[in-house]
Design a protein around this ligand. Structure first.
Ligand SMILES: O=C(O)CCC(=O)N[C@@H](CCC(=O)O)C(=O)O
Ligand SMILES: [Zn+2]
Length: 347
């Protein structure tokens, strides 16, 4: 089915829920290719490697640019224009939502990891079932690679979960670095991201149920949620804006020299998550308009939102907003509040 497959994304979207695994086959005498399920594809160099790399896209169905970029890398690998030098697992997260052209179908998949899919109402709809399967595929992929974690720790495990943001951003491309209890941040990873055009990093301050946190926490992977720009419908992305990102992912996958500069905090924008504001009442509303870009800062005392007759104020001298979204279910995150990172533990 895969050999001679015209387009991996088309195959995935034609089988949005599941696809029988395909027996591994060899490509060009150098790579083993395995299809584990719909949107789940593994490339393994026959001559060995040192990295296990997960690249996921489409966890939110309307975030199309990363899906198109990954599909083009996959097509080049399948077609022989590129040759994998490292083990790579590509995941297209939420095919039914991609077919729908929407962020979610029933529930935000990126709040369902680290077992959250099975809590509360349990596996009651496809996004929960898929999140559980995605965890299992990542687990299998890292375990089959062998012992690993951060770069200094056996095989180097990496997970880039690629997204695009609902609104525009003062920093067009940025990454969320999941909370890492007792682990320093990787300067090399931050410089890799910068070379990929992702010049801004947010250090999260607490555990979450996102996909990148799952890989970071359970497999000690260098894992990130990466926002590559603003959402556009499939086919309407200016792919030239993703050239640097694609180039660096290509070099990584193909084990080409990365040519990274040493960590230099003057070359990147580093923010610390100060707090997350969760929605507590149906009437939650922001005081700023929907076209205010991510990373807009407000001064101490400014009222940024209201709910249940209560004002929500800026607490620090200045705090910047990212991902403001009043239309989330009660209990979920409406906005992340940022301050500049002061002396982050980057090594
Ligand atoms: O633009 C928005 O409001 C959301 C974009 C998006 O999907 N962001 C991720 C971030 C995940 C993280 O915090 O690591 C999400 O909300 O799931
Ligand atoms: Zn997203």
């Amino acid at each position: 089915m895969l050999q001679g497959c015209r387009d991996f994304l088309e195959l995935t979207l034609t089988h949005p829920i599941e696809l029988d695994p395909v027996a591994p086959f060899e490509l060009g005498g150098h790579t083993r290719v395995s299809l584990w399920d719909t949107g789940v594809l593994v490339f393994e160099p026959l001559s060995g490697s040192s990295k296990d790399i997960v690249i996921s896209s489409g966890v939110h169905g309307n975030e199309t640019a990363p899906i198109e970029m990954c599909n083009s890398l996959i097509q080049d690998l399948l077609g022989g224009a590129l040759c994998a030098g490292e083990r790579v697992l590509f995941l297209i997260g939420n095919p039914p939502a991609i077919n729908n052209g929407t962020r979610i179908v029933d529930e935000n998949m990126n709040r369902l990891f680290s077992g959250e899919h099975s809590r509360g109402p349990g596996l009651c709809h496809p996004e929960r079932v898929r999140a559980k399967k995605l965890e299992a595929y990542v687990t299998r992929f890292f375990n089959e690679g062998g012992e690993g974690g951060d770069k200094s720790d056996g095989r180097h495990r990496i997970h880039y979960d690629l997204h695009t943001a609902i609104r525009g951003s003062k920093h067009e491309k940025f990454a969320i670095y999941p909370y890492r209890a007792g682990r320093a941040f990787s300067g090399e990873q931050i410089m890799f991201l910068a070379a990929a055009g992702v010049d801004t990093v947010l250090f999260h301050h607490e555990p979450t149920t996102t996909f990148s946190y799952f890989s970071s926490e359970h497999f000690r992977a260098d894992a990130f949620t990466i926002e590559l720009g603003k959402v556009f419908p499939m086919g309407q992305n200016d792919m030239s804006k993703f050239a640097d990102t694609r180039e660096m992912l290509k070099r990584l996958i193909c084990a080409e020299p990365l040519g990274l500069a040493p960590f230099d905090e003057t070359k990147v924008n580093l923010y610390q998550v100060r707090r997350v504001i969760n929605k507590q009442a149906d009437d939650f509303e922001f005081t700023f308009s929907s076209d205010v870009p991510n990373f807009t800062a407000f001064e101490k005392g400014h009222v940024i939102a209201r709910e249940a007759g209560r004002d929500i104020l800026i607490e620090a001298d200045s705090e910047a907003v990212v991902f403001p979204n009043a239309k989330v279910p009660i209990g979920q995150r409406t906005v992340i509040m940022l301050v500049p990172a002061r002396d982050p533990d980057v090594r």
